[in-house]
Ligand binder design. Structure first.
Ligand code: CMC
Length: 391
């Protein structure tokens, strides 16, 4: 018989077994391959975390050197690829460009279509991690009407990315070390988050045997939504709209009256402080002290909003705590990124999580094509009526 469990939003359905990321939402714990996120954010680098997520263990010095060299070798894009960018409208949202451009990588790397070949899977993972900064930086440069900057491979992953975004050709651009560190940390904080909407999308797309570039493009499309990766953009817009601390009570009342949500608050899994939000808050202070205004009115609004929300019955009873997006918007904005780039940076960092989860799924013999069932609530069977006989 057709007896299904009805679970809208998959709040109580596990879709897979995974060894990559562990979350305890009640305690506010996030571990990658067993390592706490705050230790990785403090002591690791993004590329090392990529290796960890992909391979399951931290690399030895020589394994890391080889991994770094491999990633560095894959950062270039084919010159033909640049024509994609010029095909978009000047004011195209960079996420629209990302969705199209990353999917199009499969048109350049036909060998990646052989997903049963372990070597090809690994090369595709390397290509994606290596090329995402180049594609993301070009989406940004295109939106501001500046010429593309080519990767410079003697720089670190994050330095290279900042240079491709902010250097103007012929100028000697050296990223501020505080910003490089912040960028790397922001990438680590976004690297993976188990079976969230975009990762589940990647797995579902991949379960049919689709190629990895197509699957990651599907993940990017899902991430774009304001309830997911688009929330940091929304959170900053909200802080700007509130503007000053004295407007907060009125704003909070609007949330309670359910006119709108407090963006950057709440999480499906964390019913405690998001451990990433703590690191993000520290990073925010470091960046503002280095390049912004530590007394930035938006930061004041954010702090006061957080203080009120953490003591207000409405938020406390619903276990609504700040999530990673609450402080990332202010930080990225101080670093020079327009709001339209926020989700792009999230996509860049999450690519390693997506591809690690995709690989794990392909290599798991128990995985089948994803095919949820439904509870049908439409019309019962009836006979077709010719158009002349319809009311
Ligand atoms: N502001 C005000 N009320 C909220 C909020 C919020 N941000 N989030 C949840 N609630 C209320 C909600 O109205 C409901 O109240 P009630 O029980 O009275 O109907 C209760 O809290 C439970 O919420 P829910 O909608 O059942 O929770 P969910 O697990 O379906 O939603 C969420 C999780 C993240 C989509 C939601 O909290 C939200 O929309 N937050 C704002 C957007 C945001 O910051 N998203 C970023 C998430 S972290 C990064 C990422 O995953 O991309």
């Amino acid at each position: 018989s057709d007896a299904f469990t009805y679970d809208p939003g998959f709040t109580s359905t596990a879709s897979c077994e995974s060894k990559i990321t562990f979350i305890d939402g009640d305690k506010g714990i996030l571990l990658h391959r067993g390592y706490p996120i705050d230790q990785l954010a403090e002591q690791s680098s993004f590329l090392e975390t990529c290796y960890l997520l992909l391979h399951g263990e931290l690399p030895s010095a020589s394994a890391f050197e080889q991994f770094e060299t491999t990633i560095t070798r894959h950062t270039m894009l084919h010159e033909q690829f640049d024509r994609f960018f010029s095909g978009f409208r000047r004011d195209a949202h960079p996420m629209a460009i990302m969705t199209g451009a990353v999917g199009a990588l499969s048109a350049f790397y036909h060998d990646s279509l052989d997903i049963q070949d372990e070597k090809q899977r690994e090369i595709s993972a390397h290509r994606l991690i290596a090329k995402m900064p180049t594609i993301a930086a070009r989406a940004f440069k295109y939106s501001v009407g500046q010429p593309f900057v080519y990767p410079k491979n003697d720089l670190s992953y994050s330095e290279n990315f900042l240079r491709m975004c902010f250097a103007v050709p012929a100028e000697d651009y050296v990223p501020n070390p505080v910003l490089t560190k912040a960028m790397d940390r922001i990438f680590i904080l976004h690297a993976d988050h188990e079976q969230n909407a975009s990762t589940s999308t990647v797995r579902l797309a991949g379960s049919s045997g689709a190629n990895p570039f197509a699957c990651i493009a599907a993940g990017i499309a899902c991430l774009w939504g304001p309830s997911h990766g688009g929330a940091n953009e929304e959170a900053l817009n909200m802080l700007k709209e509130i503007g000053t601390v004295d407007k907060i009570p009125e704003f909070i009342q609007g949330v309670k009256d359910r006119k709108y949500k407090l963006m950057g608050f709440g999480h499906r899994v964390y019913k405690n402080y998001d451990p990433r939000a703590k690191v993000m808050q520290t990073t925010c202070h470091e960046v503002l002290s280095a390049v912004g205004d530590p007394n930035d009115p938006l930061l004041q609004v954010a702090r006061e909003l957080e203080r009120i929300a953490l003591s207000d019955e409405y938020f406390v009873s619903r276990k609504l705590y700040p999530n990673i997006d609450f402080y990332s918007g202010i930080t990225l904005s101080a670093m020079g990124f327009p709001t339209t780039m926020f989700t792009v940076l999230f996509a860049l960092a999450r690519t390693v999580g997506w591809i690690a989860q995709w690989k794990e799924m392909i290599e798991d013999p128990s995985q089948k094509i994803g095919r949820p069932r439904q509870l049908y609530t439409g019309s019962a069977q009836r006979d077709f009526v010719p158009i002349s006989g319809r009311a």
